[in-house]
Design a protein around this ligand. Sequence first.
Ligand code: NDP
Length: 247
Amino acid sequence: MTIKGKVALVTGASSGIGAATALKLAENGVKVGLAARRIDRLTDLQNQIRAMGGEAIAIEMDVVDEASVAAGVEKLATEFGTIDIVFNNAGLMPISDVESLKTSEWHRMVDVNIKGLLNTTAAVLPYMTRQASGHIINTSSIAGRKVFKGLSVYCATKHAVAAFSDGLRMELAPKHNIRVTCIQPGAVESELFEHISDRDYADQMEELKGQMEFLKAADIADTILFALNAPKHVNVAELFVLPTQQA
Ligand code: NDP
C-alpha cells in the first residue's frame, strides 16, 4: 500500500496536529487540501509544502457550515481529481465545570467536534463510495475513552466521535472498501489549551505541562501514517497514543 499520489483533506490544518500531519502527508507524496478558518496560516503551510516540492492547496473552511465544507471539498476535488483520505481533525476544548453554565462553549464543542466531523464525512463520502476505496481518520481523544472532571461536554463529544467511527467502519469497510481509523491521543503540545476561558482549568492545564513530556504533534502524524500505510487488507480501527508518563 502506498499513499504516494493520493489526495487527502485535512481539517484543522492551520495548527497543531492537523498542520503536522498535513506536512508529513505531503512529505510522503500525498496531495493535501489544507482546511481551516485561518487562511493566512494555511497559505503559509501551502507555500512551505510547495517549496519542498510537494502539492497542497489552502482551503478556507468552517467545518460547522455545510456550504463552506461542500465548497471546500469541491475545490479540492477539482484541483486534484478526487479525494482518497480525510483526516477529520478540527476540534476545540474550552473546558469548565458544568455549573459554570458556559453554554455557548458547550454548543461550540458539539458543533465543531461532532457536527463538523459529520459535515466533512458527508461531503467526502460520495468520492470514496464511487471509487470503492478510501480512508477516513477521525480524531477522538483519551477523553473519548474515559471521563475527566471539568471535561464533561468535551468528553461527550469525543465519545460521540468514537461511537460514530466504529459504526462508520462497520458500514463502510466491508461494503465499500473504505477504512475508518479512530485516533485517541493523550496530551499533545498544541494550541488546544489556549482557548480555555476558565482560569482554574487553564492553570491546571499549564501545570500538567510541567508534570510530563507531552507528545509532539508530529508523533501523532507518525501514527496516522502508520495506519494509512498498512496493507490494503488491514484496517487499523483504533490508535490510542499517550505520552509515556501519562496515566
Ligand atoms: P489546535 O488548537 O492546535 O488545532 C485545532 C484546529 O482546529 C485548528 O487548526 C483550528 O483552525 C481548527 N478548527 C477549530 N474550529 C474550526 C472550524 N469551525 N472549522 C475549521 N477548523 C476549525 O489543537 P490540536 O491540534 O491539539 O487539536 C486537533 C484535534 O486533536 C482536536 O480535535 C482535539 O480535540 C484533538 N485532540 C488534541 C489533544 C491535545 O492534547 N492537543 C488530545 C486529544 C485529542 P482555525 O482556528 O484556523 O479554524
